[in-house]
Design a binder for this molecule. Structure first.
Ligand SMILES: [Zn+2]
Length: 396
């Protein structure tokens, strides 16, 4: 019977005749479904590409909105990426395909070692191709690993070239001092300059490189100011004219303090200016009050005489709480560790009272610009007096 029905030519025909009545409707429905699927595919494709919404965008207003916002997000992401790339390019743009070191100046004492770690080699070169040379081995020597040893006081250069491509060269300025204070900053943890040590130095040097912009403050014109290079020196030996009154903090100093404060704020720390610029007359009032209260010899250990205060330069800032309490706040170690990245130094470090003439003041920072601040930092945070070989004593 089954065969009969299947082979019966009339039965299928009958069924077709019956279904033909609704066939058009069914075909229309199928077409609609196909059209919907095609539309959905187009929408998905349009979203995936996020570039043109010519087809997907026309379907419904909702889809148009989604597509547009996706495109916007992509554009924003793209511009963020571009900015990041530009910044990092600028940081190392001097020779993008050559050697890159973690520092280009090394400060060592006689008999001590320093090192500049290689962070990038020229194409085709490796650690094995390093060739180190000192311009003056009587001042500093350098071994095959790049360890620089101070021999006698003075300045020279150490160059790094590649055995494979001698046109590739990096130069390091070496300053050897005879001072007795030591620095661990430039010393490798071990004699082996392996990648482990490099990682460490990468970590500490990357962020500051992007900030290496804080310019040196502009020189004050006129007589009565003592400069060492670009650095204005004001201490017990070197005073300023009573008439010098900038009326407030140096604009660059203020700008970079704000950047410092913003960076600190990101770590939940608060850096405020407790005392910035102080005029000659105001300093006279402060100093005389301290003399009345403590006697002049004690007052001289923590308060400057008028004309000898760094605050009169407009380049010094007392942060938060200029008292012994500051040292135990979380802001103190952060300031000591990071202020150089913004062009500041801790002007009166611990244990340097005989050199600076002032007791430890972790809150008093002095703006010198990034280059100088980095030199001080790289030398183990020595004082300006030590760096330039100066005294700080009132004439008796
Ligand atoms: Zn101060």
């Amino acid at each position: 019977m089954g065969n009969y029905y299947n082979s019966d030519p009339n039965r299928p025909r009958r069924r077709k005749k019956v279904s033909k009545e609704t066939l058009r409707k069914r075909q229309l429905a199928a077409l609609c479904v196909i059209a919907l699927i095609v539309l959905l595919l187009v929408i998905v494709l349009a979203k995936a590409c996020s570039k043109d919404s010519s087809k997907g965008g026309n379907t419904t207003p909702t889809e148009t909105t989604t597509t547009t916002s996706d495109t916007t997000t992509t554009t924003m992401l793209q511009s963020t990426t571009t900015t990041t790339t530009t910044t990092s390019m600028a940081a190392g743009s001097n020779n993008p395909n050559g050697f890159k070191l973690d520092k280009y100046s090394v400060y060592v004492n006689v008999g001590e070692q320093g090192i500049a770690y290689v962070q990038q080699y020229p194409d085709g070169s490796t650690e094995a191709d390093e060739v180190w040379k000192s311009s003056d081995p009587s001042i500093a020597t350098v071994d095959t690993w790049g360890h620089i040893t101070g021999v006698s006081g003075g300045e020279c250069y150490v160059t790094l070239t590649s055995r494979k491509d001698p046109t590739q060269e990096a130069t390091i300025k070496v300053v050897v001092t005879g001072a007795s204070n030591t620095s661990n900053t430039d010393k490798p943890d071990s004699a082996d300059p392996d990648s482990g040590s490099n990682t460490d130095s990468n970590k500490t040097s990357q962020e500051p490189q992007q900030l290496a912009e804080a310019p040196a403050p502009s020189k004050i014109q006129g007589d009565g100011f003592h400069y060492e290079g670009d650095v204005l020196i004001v201490n017990k030996t070197y005073s300023m004219p009573a008439s010098y009154n900038p009326g407030g903090l140096d604009a660059t100093c203020y700008e970079w303090f704000n950047k410092l404060a913003q960076a600190a704020a990101k770590e939940g720390l608060s850096m405020n200016i407790a005392s910035g610029f102080r005029s000659y007359d105001y300093q006279a009032t402060i100093y005389n009050n301290y003399c009345s209260a403590y006697g002049s010899s004690t007052a001289d250990t923590f308060s400057a005489r008028p004309g000898n205060s760094e605050h009169q330069t407009g380049l010094a800032i007392d942060v938060n709480d200029p008292s012994d309490n500051f040292a135990s706040t979380p802001e103190a170690p952060w300031l000591a560790e990071h202020c150089w990245e913004y062009g500041f130094i801790i002007r009166y470090p611990q244990g340097k009272q005989d050199i600076t003439g002032y007791k430890y003041e972790p809150w008093h920072i002095r703006y010198v610009g990034y280059d100088m601040a980095k030199k001080i930092h790289d030398s183990g945070n020595i004082t300006l007096e030590e760096y330039f070989g100066l005294s700080s004593q009132y004439p008796s």
